[in-house]
Design a protein around this ligand. Structure first.
Ligand SMILES: C[S@@+](CC[C@H](N)C(=O)[O-])C[C@H]1O[C@@H](n2cnc3c(N)ncnc32)[C@H](O)[C@@H]1O
Length: 273
């Protein structure tokens, strides 16, 4: 049974149903070339739910009984690739330009808005714990509840912590023993310094207060321009007047939003209206 489904591809019509559903719930646009991705990520769920095909599964996740399954399906669609100190230049800029110039007494507020399994916010937290003279707050969110749970736990295979500078590894991570052999965990002080929650960038945001920095990296690529513009409008509203936005180095706001001006590659500052 599982094998039969593993080879099944959605028809064009079925793919379009999922395409519309995913765009309406997450804002993520799946181009037709992603048909195989959709099939690879969902076929196990079709098998688990004893569904004969994608259309039946689609109807199920749209029904009131299928609400939990819908969340699972949407979590499987998100791509969560990330690593510690990804796009190092952003961290160099934060350490060498932003933090040394902070006005004394201001509470420094940072939001990692598509944080995945926590490598990005913990990289920021390490830097802040090491270099920030001011009090600071770090908020960390993602639409995917599962990755946020993983981020909260803060346990990573040793393979995945290689990019952490040795001094930060000594200060902020502990090697696992016994059943945790081969893993490392971010220390409790740092885990507790980060506020984790789920948030869908495609929906209105709750009141989060204003931020000095927002990290919105490697997530805009999944949205079409119209949704990008709306998300950036909402992000602009969360920034302090001189707030800064980091996006991924393969992402650009050119022609997408007039709320920001570029400071350097993948770094933008809010423009005043
Ligand atoms: C490729 S990861 C990027 C992680 C990290 N920012 C980095 O650059 O390493 C993209 C993340 O965006 C999240 N995401 C996708 N759509 C989202 C949405 N509508 N709202 C919030 N997060 C979303 C995914 O769950 C995923 O964890």
């Amino acid at each position: 049974m599982a094998n039969e489904i593993s080879h099944a591809m959605p028809s064009d019509k079925e793919f379009q149903l999922f395409q519309q559903l995913i765009e309406s719930k997450l804002g993520i646009f799946l181009p037709p070339q992603k048909k195989a991705l959709l099939s690879n990520r969902l076929w196990k769920r079709l098998a688990a739910c004893n569904m004969k095909g994608f259309e039946e599964y689609y109807r199920y996740i749209q029904s009131p009984q299928g609400k939990g399954e819908l969340s699972l399906a949407l979590e499987l669609i998100t791509t969560n690739e990330t690593y510690f100190f990804r796009e190092q230049k952003h961290f160099d800029y934060l350490r060498d330009d932003i933090l040394p110039k902070l006005k004394p007494g201001n509470n420094f507020r940072v939001w990692s808005a598509a944080a995945s399994t926590g490598e990005e916010p913990y990289s920021i937290a390490m830097l802040l714990a090491d270099r920030c003279q001011n009090t600071w707050e770090l908020l960390c969110s993602d639409v995917n509840r599962k990755v946020i749970e993983q981020a909260k736990v803060g346990i990573y295979p040793e393979m995945r912590i290689k990019n952490i500078p040795p001094e930060y590894l000594r200060r902020f991570c502990r090697k696992g023993v016994g059943p945790q052999e081969g893993n490392a965990r971010v220390i409790a002080d740092l885990r507790q310094a980060v506020q984790f929650f789920t948030l869908n960038l495609h929906e209105d945001f709750p009141d989060l207060g204003k931020f000095d920095l927002v990290f919105l990296r490697n997530v805009l690529i999944y949205f079409e321009n119209e949704n990008k513009t709306k998300i950036l409008e909402r992000i602009a509203a969360t920034l302090k007047p001189d707030g800064i936005l980091f996006v991924g180095h393969s992402e650009s706001l050119h022609g997408i939003s007039d709320r920001f001006s570029q400071l350097r590659p993948a770094v933008y500052k809010l423009t005043q209206r």
